[in-house]
Ligand binder design. Sequence first.
Ligand SMILES: NC(=O)c1ccc[n+]([C@@H]2O[C@H](COP(=O)([O-])OP(=O)(O)OC[C@H]3O[C@@H](n4cnc5c(N)ncnc54)[C@H](OP(=O)(O)O)[C@@H]3O)[C@@H](O)[C@H]2O)c1
Length: 229
Amino acid sequence: MKVILVTGANRGIGKETIRQLARSGHKTILTGRNPDHVRDAQDDLAAEGVITDACACDVRDEKQVRHLVQYVEERYGKLDVLVNNAGIFLEGSDSTKADIDIIRQTFDTNVLGPYRMIEALLPLLRKSGDARIINLSSGMGGLTEMNGGYPGYRISKTALNAVTRIFANDLAADKISVNSVCPGWVKTDMGGERATREVEQGAETIVWLATADKVPTGKFLRDKKEISW
Ligand SMILES: NC(=O)c1ccc[n+]([C@@H]2O[C@H](COP(=O)([O-])OP(=O)(O)OC[C@H]3O[C@@H](n4cnc5c(N)ncnc54)[C@H](OP(=O)(O)O)[C@@H]3O)[C@@H](O)[C@H]2O)c1
């Protein structure tokens, strides 16, 4: 059974990913930026019979990330899978202008957050022998599908895809796979009620990348199939 950490997992796709992986018997660590919400999510899952470990961590905060690394090291001594799921979408429905402050905030969470987590957890991922890093991207960040609007979110996910490619290359010698996933348009607080997919489907490719015997690296995937950058 693997040790799997999911960021921003107190709700939405992250919480569902924890639910599916913990049900399969993996040792999961549910993290999120608000300690009360993290505890509530852990309790909700326990009420369903799903047991998960939990530790609060804001991916923007170096000190909290260091504390999380220490927590994982002391309890597990290694990490097999890091799911960089935490993300924000701050732009309203009619957002065509680039508000620099929104772009900066979005970049801090959606790009520097995963970057920080990877750098900090690398020593523990290297102890796995079959480690995997899964970055929650979006078709909205794909250059091939790129349209107008939502510049902060789009640019952040394009940059996150670059993070995926860079680390996939640099960590190939360590046999650590690094992939980007687009979950599709999913019914969560972020995706809204009009979204076309349920959270179960949104988590499917993530769970597959975390647990399948053989997985690719350096790819952008939706529904377990490669899509264009
Ligand atoms: N839903 C979709 O249609 C869709 C489509 C494409 C890609 N995605 C991507 O999939 C991922 C999950 O999306 P979702 O729909 O599940 O979103 P969501 O329901 O809005 O959940 C986002 C999660 O990220 C957490 N978070 C935000 N900032 C954080 C930070 N600084 N540190 C730690 N956690 C933080 C949130 O915590 P709080 O509860 O404290 O806010 C929440 O738990 C995101 O990266 C998103 O961009 C979603």
